[in-house]
Ligand binder design. Structure first.
Ligand SMILES: Nc1ncnc2c1ncn2[C@@H]1O[C@H](COP(=O)(O)OP(=O)(O)OP(=O)(O)O)[C@@H](O)[C@H]1O
Ligand SMILES: [Mg+2]
Length: 250
């Protein structure tokens, strides 16, 4: 069965795409067949793996016609990793899908037609129709949280949204965990954010934190996951550890 993990947080710039790309690539490196889905009109996961943002067949076509998923997936040069790319005009689908039947279940329908060990979905920073398609299709949610003072704000809202989705669109949905990103060891605030998170979420705080690491920020401009760009970097080690934890837990 596909294990489907949506990487989501309605807050922008918290490390969703960096986590989705590098978790997917690290799982693939561990020998798991992995599909990375870009469902964000910004298409950062698409360009971050070196693909152009104007491919003819993309997630747009899959949302329109779920059966087209096989023709939209692209094998990457990173062994075991396949991507379903996005395009900027995906943004229009928030509007065009607005009144259609089963509008929340298009991605779920498509994913019923493919078979992978893991499917990782990079969500946009909003709780619109696209994110709801991801959350309807997923079994688990992974929430990247930036280690900063405002991190806790919005998290409560996200946890409430998960509860609502469990009551309606997807009773199976579970929180896999919260992963602290862009941790700066010189900043004592990071420790405070972590203990605050622990207080509220206990063992749902993942047992690895992602350090602030310039190599992680550079890798997408070379179209590579960190494991291919600089496998000895702190960022690469952290994402390998996250992948091992995920592979054990889910
Ligand atoms: N651990 C890290 N160390 C250094 N830079 C990072 C790290 N994680 C992410 N970044 C950088 O921070 C910026 C935001 O990260 P990212 O794009 O992953 O966030 P996002 O949550 O996907 O953003 P959006 O909400 O716009 O989709 C990017 O420039 C990225 O390269
Ligand atoms: Mg992103």
């Amino acid at each position: 069965m596909n294990k489907i993990i949506a990487v989501t947080n309605q807050k922008g710039g918290v490390g969703k795409t960096t986590t989705a790309i590098n978790l997917a690539a690290s799982l693939a490196k561990l020998g798991k067949s992995t599909l990375l889905i870009d469902i964000d009109p910004q298409a950062n996961a698409t360009s971050g793996l070196g693909l152009s943002k104007d491919r003819e067949v993309s997630i747009c076509e899959v949302i329109e016609t779920p059966e087209s998923i096989a023709s939209a997936m692209v094998e990457t040069e990173f062994s075991g990793l396949v991507i379903l790319p996005a395009r900027p005009d995906l943004a229009a689908m928030e509007v065009t899908l607005g009144t259609e039947d089963n509008r929340y279940f298009r991605l779920k329908e498509a994913l019923g037609l493919v078979s992978f060990d893991y499917i990782i979905i990079d969500c946009p920073p909003a709780l619109g129709l696209l994110t709801l398609n991801a959350l309807s299709a997923a079994n688990k949610i992974l929430v990247p949280v930036q280690s900063e003072y405002f991190a806790m704000e919005g998290l409560g809202q996200l946890l409430q949204t998960i509860q609502q989705i469990r009551k309606g669109l997807n009773p199976q949905l579970e929180l896999l965990g919260v992963v602290l990103t862009m941790l700066d060891r010189r900043n004592s605030l990071s420790g405070q954010v972590r203990s605050e998170l622990k207080k509220h979420l206990g063992d749902k705080v993942m047992g690895v934190t992602i350090p602030r690491n310039v190599r992680l920020a550079e890798a997408p401009s070379f179209g590579k996951p960190i494991s291919a760009y600089d496998k000895w970097s702190k960022g690469a080690k952290a994402y390998t550890k996250l992948a091992k934890i995920v592979a054990r837990a889910a």
